[in-house]
Every structure is written in structure tokens, then in C-alpha cells.
Design a protein around this ligand. Sequence first.
Ligand SMILES: Cc1ncc(COP(=O)(O)O)c(C=O)c1O
Length: 468
Amino acid sequence: MADPPHRRRAHVRSSDLERYAGLFAQRTQVMRSSAMRDLMAVTARPDVISLAGGLPDTSTFPPQTFAAQMTRIAQESAAEALQYGPTEGFRETVDCIVEVMGAEGMLPDPEDVIVTTGGQQAIDLLCKTLIDPGDAVICEAPTYPGAIPVFCSYQADTIQIECDGDGMRIEELEAALERLDGEGRRPKFVYSVPTFQNPAGVTMSLERRRRLVELARSRELILVEDNPYGLLRFGGESMPPLYQLDGGDFVIYIGTFSKILSPGIRLGWAVAPPPVMEKVVLGKQASDLCTSTLTQYFVREYFAAGRWREYVSSVSEIYRERRDAMLEALEQHFPPQATWTEPQGGLFVWATLPEYIDTGDLLAKALRKDVAFVPGQSAYVDDRGRNSMRLNFSAGGEDEIREGIRRIGRVIAEQVELYGALTNPAASSAPAPAKESDMDSPGLPRPGAAGSKRVGGDVLPFRKAEGE
Ligand SMILES: Cc1ncc(COP(=O)(O)O)c(C=O)c1O
């Protein structure tokens, strides 16, 4: 028998583009790719140390537990687990969700919950429900890089409000709301990741949370609280989620099992008031009918064993050690001009470099040294963030993190030296950066390092150098 014909699609030719160009919907012109998805192609190489992804370390989940639960499902409920399910999700899954939210002090009405295909789908469904082209949406600056492609797909006018070490600056939000009032526009919602933010690792202060919720209530403004990391705390006081402060009238909540169990099961959720939920359910029917029955069965089994909190604490402890390794390595290998956040939980550190360093260009150089990070610009809809980067500390072990930071430190040092040589040739011979031969005994000259940065405090020079 002849081999089946193979399709070759090595390159998109211009004739291919012409053939389809007239068919594309307008929204495709403003669609953006997720920086992390693009990077995944490179970072999948085993020789690359990736500090780019937002990957939890799934090797920490005991394989025997996974095997035992899946075996039980196969033996006891194979036909049901392989079947379609309700669009809203199974009641048993919702019970698990209520338990997870209860662990952070929230008491949602199970009727207000929909199980989604990851938190990402919850963002998408809310945008599908609430956004018309040109509608204003407000979020943090920087914001979750995976939310930007969603806002763009629905052609939102995305307005970003600067953050500092206490989260979104509420006075700037108020100013933006006044500006919109003046234009006769009402923003559809304010999207926030208030706890251990992706990408900056910062947490909104209690005072700002209260002000934000008050603002929402007085203005009848919808807040979308996205909280994948709240339970991954390794220091500091726990903070009430916005949802808890508001009680669910003006806060729509997004959660996920991705970071407390597994992203591979693609299970998340949204909690919204009934009128919004009704539309979200219609949107989900059109998108994918229902979330995976099989993985909902897995969550049900896993929660029935009653040890999920134990797993979350053990994995948080591992991440705490990795965070510490990253902070130590940053201190050792990044130049004195750099600053970074010191997260009390979650998966990310956000580092800010001198203004003259473009982290997009720096990434190309870093990849040549087999290390990757997410350039800060992917967390902005505009030109901001060019001299910053997101660094993940959950995916790899401590040695890998140290080595990754050392390599990035080297490419930064080269840029700093180059800049010094170009702007001040006479002095350029003075602070020599580490050389390739120093690779095994790393350490950049760090004059005045101790006083040069502020970590974990209330000042976050996200894009501006001190004094600007
Ligand atoms: C803030 C935030 N929201 C949503 C998501 C999407 O997660 P998932 O779709 O895996 O639940 C992520 C993933 O990293 C995230 O950081």
C-alpha cells in the first residue's frame, strides 16, 4: 500500500498569506501572541535553563498518588469519567472549589461557580461576556502577560495603572476613572492579580484592597480578581482576597487548580453574580461545551483523600527555598544598578535594570548562553517595561536557578560595560565585568551593592531608575 501523502508546511509563503488574507476577521489584526508560548519553543531544549515559564514543579506531586487515583477512576467510574459533563461543572468539583476558597476565608455560593478549562478560560469567558471592541478595561502595570492577548483579542482599550510594592496605585486608578468619566466612558472592569502578582511578585496592601473595594462599590465598578497564587505563601501576613472584602457583589473571582495541584489537568473556575454567570455559561457552551470530565473526577478523588493542604504546604516550602536561592544569586550576580522584588509567595521575581538595557535584546544574548527569562514588555500593552524582566523560581532546582541567574548576570554585565565604554570611554577600563574565564568562580564587582536596591519594601522602581 502506498504511503499516505504527507503535507509539507515548513514555511508560510507569501502566496499562502495572500490566499487567506481577505478571510481574516478584523480582530486578528490586534491579536497578540503570548510571550511565554513563543519562548516555550526555545526553552523546551534540555540544555536551556528556563526562568521564563510560569511552570509549577509537577515532579513534586507523588506519581503513586496520581496512579492510584486514576486507577480507581478507571475501575469504578470509567464510563462516567469518559463522558461529557454539565457546562457549569460537576457539583463535586464545585464543592472542592468552595473548600479551596474557604482556605483563604471566602464563602462563595456554589450556585455562583462555574468550572472552567483553567483560569485562562475564565479570563477569556469574562472578556467574551463583557467586552465590545473599544471598551475600556483597566489592569495593573505590569499585568499578567497571558491576559494581554485576551484583552487584545476582544479589541479592548486596555489602560494600565502603575504598581509599586503595595500593588496597584489606587490614586492613579482614581485619576484614570475620572478621565474616563470626562470622556463619558465606563470601564467594563478592573482586572487585578492582588496577591503574589504575576509578573511582579508583589501583593496589594490591605489598605489598598479596602480602598479598591470601596471604589468599586461606590462606582458600581466590576473588579476581576485573579488569584492563582494566594495559597502559595511563604512569608508575611495573609491578606483577605478582594472577593472576601466585597462579598461577591462587585468582585468577580477567578481561581485555578494549576498552581496548587497541576496545570495539566486544566481546571480553573470563576465566581460571578447570577446575571453575569448566565452569560458566561452561554459563552462556555459555545467554546467547549464543558470542562474535562476526567480531570474533574481526578480532583474529586484527590480532595476526597483530604491531603491537598499538606501538598500545598510542602510545595510552598520548596518554592520558598528556590525563591531564597534566586534572591541570593541576584545579589551576587546582578549589577548594583539593578533592583528586584522580594515576593512573599507565588512564583516570580521582577527585576528592573538600568534604562539603557532593553531586555528584549538581552534575551537574544541570554539565549546564546542557554538561559531564558520573560522580557518585561510582554506585561504591558504599550512601550513600557523594556528594561525589566520576569524571573520564575518554581520550575527548576536551586542549582539551576543560581546558574541561570549567573548567566543572565553575565550578559547584563557585558551590556553595562558596553554602555560605559560608549558613554565614558576613559572610565570604561575601571570596573571590568566578569569574564568567560570567571565562569566557575562567579561574582560581579558590586560597589555599594547593599544600599543600591530596595527589595520587598514599598518602593518598586518598575521602569524608572531612582530619582526619576
Ligand atoms: C495570573 C494568572 N491568571 C491565569 C493564569 C492561567 O492559569 P491556568 O489557565 O493554568 O489556570 C495564570 C497562569 O500562570 C496566571 O498567572
